[in-house]
Every structure is written in structure tokens, then in C-alpha cells.
Design a protein around this ligand. Structure first.
Ligand code: HEC
Ligand code: HEC
Length: 295
């Protein structure tokens, strides 16, 4: 660019190309900056907002308002990249924030790089300086739960009422004690006491807006759970936490027995199918044979 600008002192067309070139370079420099800022905000919303607000109070994790004033950036980035390692190392500050979070360890976030972690801290710092951050927290209704909410939540959990945006039934991966014979899936956690574990209605509701586990995130990103559905589900979980006894141990055995019964049934079915088929094939063969001897 320098060369073309020096040349631009005389002929007019070259001056124009110099200005054009310069503004193009300026665009190139400025545009990725704002695009990156937007990308970082989108990343925060998708991966962090389910557990953290900025100046909206604690959810599963601490409020990140002014977090860079509480702890230096280098430490925070190392923590974000591998929370469990920092806790295992016996770091006293990590232990303190872990205790304040009722022992829930921050998940390792897929796609989080060192560079991105620093950009996220820039974002958090900028949002902390605002009077009202865009990450103040999603507002949920706080009306008291009714028996109808609990019932509706159970229907959704079991998949008897399908989720509006087409997400899979919770029960295909999770169980809640006292659900009845089938118990539910085992891929995800037992959710009987999940509302206590994460700290109550508000954190659990926020968590469900963008579930932050590697299994659930890709699925529910495309099929988000509606606010009314979240309310019902949380009502159901709060109720299930209150109801629990120690009647869980039935489910695995029940599964085994149902599996066994199913196998016997299928074997029986095959058996009779084969018999019928065998007869069906044999009959024409036999009569065919007779016809051939006749000819
Ligand atoms: C599943 C919930 C969850 C998600 C998702 C999550 N965090 Fe955390 N985060 C926590 C918890 C809980 C803590 C407190 C420390 C602990 O217990 O592990 C924490 C702590 C932190 C801290 C230190 C806070 C302090 O007060 O010093 C920072 C910074 C942080 N998280 C940033 C992030 C960022 C950025 C993301 C998204 C890339 C993110 N977290 C995603 C739960 C989460
Ligand atoms: C495709 C399987 C799958 C489906 C469907 C699914 N989950 Fe999950 N869920 C998981 C996995 C895996 C985890 C994370 C590992 C774990 O905590 O067991 C998880 C974790 C959770 C957690 C956090 C548990 C904790 O203790 O931190 C909650 C809450 C949760 N799921 C609620 C739901 C709800 C509500 C639904 C239905 C709307 C649902 N899940 C549907 C697989 C699933």
C-alpha cells in the first residue's frame, strides 16, 4: 500500500485507488473485530449463559459481574479451560468458588480455546461496565407451581406430551424415582433431586434454556424447550425431590425382567412363524413332486 500511496501524489486515478485500497484495509481490520465480538457474545449465550449471568445473580455458577477484578485473567483462563484440574490441584480460590456453588463443578466447555477464553473475559468486562448487561438473566415467571404444572411436567418428561419444538423425551435418557415400571433411560443422570443439586428453581430454569452438556446441547440447540415447558418440568422436578423415598432399586430388575419376557415372546413368535413358513413351502414342494412323477 505504501508504494501505491507514494505514487498517488501525481496521477489522480492512482490517488483514488490508494484511497480505495486504504478503506478496504480499514474495513478488513474493523469488520472482523465486530464480527468476532458478535461471535463471542453468541458463544457466551450458547455455552455459558445457562450457568452464569452478568449482574443478574448467581445461577448454577457465580455471577460473572466484574470477575476480572476478583481474580487475574491468566488464572481465570486456566480455570475455564480445565475447571476440574484447578480444583484437583487444591487451589484455594477454586475451592472457595466450588463450595459457593454447592460442589457443582463447572463443565469443560467444548470448543473453548485459550484465545476464545480471553475474548470471553473481554466481553464479560465490557458487559460489567454497562448499567444493564444483555446477560442479566432470562426472566421466568415466579408464580407458585400448581398440581397441574407438576402433572404437565411429568407428561413432558415421559414424552406423553411432545415438546413443542420437537426435542426428544427426557425419559429416553433420564430417570426420576417413582416414575413407575419402566423407570427411564440411563444415559443421563437420575434427575430426582436435580433441583436441589443445582440450587433451585431459577438456576434449573436457566440451565434448561440451553442445556450445557455435550449430549444435550447439540440436540436442544436445534429444538429449544419453550418457557412454559421449562416451568412445568421444573415444577415436576421440585415435586419429585419432595416425594422421594428409597424405592429406586426396582427399576433395573424390572428392566431385566421385561427384557427377558420380551425375548421369550420374540422367540415364540419366530418359532411359530418358521413353522408356518416351513409348512407353506413344503406343501407346494410335495404336491409339485407328485405332479412331476405323474408327467
Ligand atoms: C454447567 C454450568 C456451567 C457452565 C455451562 C459454565 N460455567 Fe463457569 N462456572 C460454573 C461453576 C459451578 C463455577 C464455580 C466453580 C466451580 O464450582 O467449578 C464456575 C466458575 C466460573 C468462573 C470463575 C468465577 C469466579 O467467580 O471467579 C468463570 C470466569 C467462568 N465460570 C466462566 C465461564 C464461561 C466463560 C463459560 C462459558 C464458556 C462457563 N463458565 C460455563 C458453572 C458453569
Ligand atoms: C439424548 C439423551 C438426553 C435427553 C433426551 C435429555 N438429556 Fe438431560 N442429560 C443427558 C446427559 C448425557 C447429561 C449429562 C450427564 C449427566 O449429568 O448425567 C444430562 C444432564 C441433564 C441435567 C443436568 C443434571 C445435573 O445433575 O447436572 C438436567 C437438569 C437434564 N439433563 C434435564 C433434561 C430434561 C429436562 C430433558 C428433557 C427435556 C433431558 N434432560 C433430555 C442426556 C439427555
Amino acid at each position: 500500500m505504501n508504494d501505491s500511496c507514494r505514487a498517488a501524489r501525481k496521477p489522480l486515478p492512482t490517488l483514488w485507488s490508494c484511497i480505495l485500497g486504504a478503506s478496504f484495509v480499514l474495513l478488513l481490520v474493523m469488520f472482523p473485530e465486530s464480527a468476532r465480538g458478535q461471535e463471542t457474545a453468541a458463544f457466551f449465550k450458547q455455552n455459558c449463559y445457562s450457568c452464569h449471568t452478568i449482574n443478574g445473580g448467581r445461577l448454577v455458577g457465580p455471577d460473572l459481574h466484574n470477575v476480572t477484578k476478583r481474580k487475574d485473567r491468566e488464572w481465570l483462563v486456566r480455570f475455564m479451560l480445565n475447571p476440574q484440574a484447578m480444583i484437583d490441584r487444591g487451589d484455594p480460590y477454586a475451592k472457595q468458588i466450588l463450595d459457593e456453588s454447592r460442589g457443582v463443578v463447572m463443565a469443560q466447555i467444548a470448543g473453548l480455546t485459550r484465545e476464545r477464553a480471553f475474548l470471553l473475559l473481554d466481553l464479560i468486562e465490557a458487559e460489567s461496565a454497562l448499567e444493564k448487561s444483555q446477560f442479566e438473566g432470562v426472566k421466568f415467571s415466579d408464580r407458585p407451581f400448581t398440581a397441574q404444572d407438576v402433572f404437565q411436567g411429568e407428561q413432558i418428561f415421559k414424552g406423553l406430551t411432545p415438546l413443542a419444538n420437537g426435542g426428544p423425551a427426557c425419559m429416553s435418557c433420564h430417570t426420576v424415582r417413582g416414575l413407575g415400571l419402566l423407570g427411564g433411560g440411563r444415559l443421563g443422570a437420575d434427575l430426582t433431586k436435580v433441583s436441589e443439586r443445582v440450587g433451585g428453581r431459577k438456576p434449573l430454569s436457566a440451565w434448561l434454556v440451553s442445556p450445557a452438556t455435550t449430549t444435550m446441547q447439540p440436540v436442544f440447540k436445534l429444538h429449544p424447550i419453550e418457557p412454559e415447558e421449562i416451568l412445568s418440568l421444573v415444577a415436576f422436578f421440585e415435586d419429585s425431590a419432595k416425594r422421594v423415598g428409597d424405592d429406586d432399586s426396582v427399576a433395573p430388575l424390572t428392566f431385566f425382567l421385561i427384557g427377558l419376557a420380551g425375548m421369550v415372546l420374540v422367540l415364540g413368535l419366530f418359532d411359530s412363524l418358521w413353522k408356518n413358513r416351513f409348512r407353506a413351502v413344503r406343501r407346494p414342494l410335495v404336491s409339485g413332486g407328485e405332479m412331476r412323477t405323474d408327467a
